[in-house]
Design a binder for this molecule. Structure first.
Ligand code: ZN
Length: 182
């Protein structure tokens, strides 16, 4: 499948592709060119993550870039990392394990402009994927990075933050969601 990366656009809810399950991909040059373009699109939109389904492709691929928060102490030895050092590419990502009691954290989404709300997720996750170099890697994430990785993986299964919001958050965003759906 040949894709012109320049023609990709961020898909906004209720685009049907956002509800589709993506298929595994091989790290071919085409796929890597798309990943590269997705990093630029993510940055252009001031996002910290972007999944292939969000740009109209049913590929199991996402990118993320979570800068360190200067107000937060960096994780100590043995603690999961909470940020990235520049953009990262996850091809065919899978959850290996999660840690801790699920908790609340406010999330937004480039496909749901104007919608932000508390989402329930485990606070730490270990994920396995194939990287830009075509090699498998495993990473253990906490903090905002754990949020981001789980949020992006959800996109590859057609799941949006709307599905994981608390009832209170869902009520609060109802009119913003309706205006996107009109
Ligand atoms: Zn999203």
């Amino acid at each position: 499948m040949t894709v012109d990366p320049k023609k990709l656009r961020i898909q906004i809810h209720p685009a049907a592709i956002l509800r589709e399950k993506a298929e595994p991909v091989d790290p071919t040059e085409d796929v890597l060119a798309v990943a590269d373009r997705m990093v630029k699109m993510m940055r252009g939109a001031d996002g910290i993550g972007l999944a292939a389904t969000q740009v109209g492709l049913r590929w199991r691929l996402f990118v993320c870039d979570v800068p360190a928060d200067p107000d937060e102490p960096s994780p100590g030895p043995g603690e999961p990392r909470v940020s990235t050092e520049g953009p990262e590419v996850y091809i065919n990502p899978e959850v290996v394990s999660t840690e801790g009691e699920p908790d609340l954290y406010e999330e937004g989404c480039l496909s749901l402009p104007g919608v932000r709300g508390d989402v329930i997720r485990p606070p730490a996750v270990t994920m396995r994927a194939i990287g830009l170099d075509g090699q498998p890697f495993e990473t253990r994430a906490g903090g905002l990075l754990a949020r981001c990785l789980q949020h992006e993986l959800d996109h590859l299964d057609g799941i949006l933050i709307l599905d994981r919001m608390t009832q209170a958050a869902r009520t609060k965003v109802r009119s913003a969601v309706r205006s996107l759906e009109r």
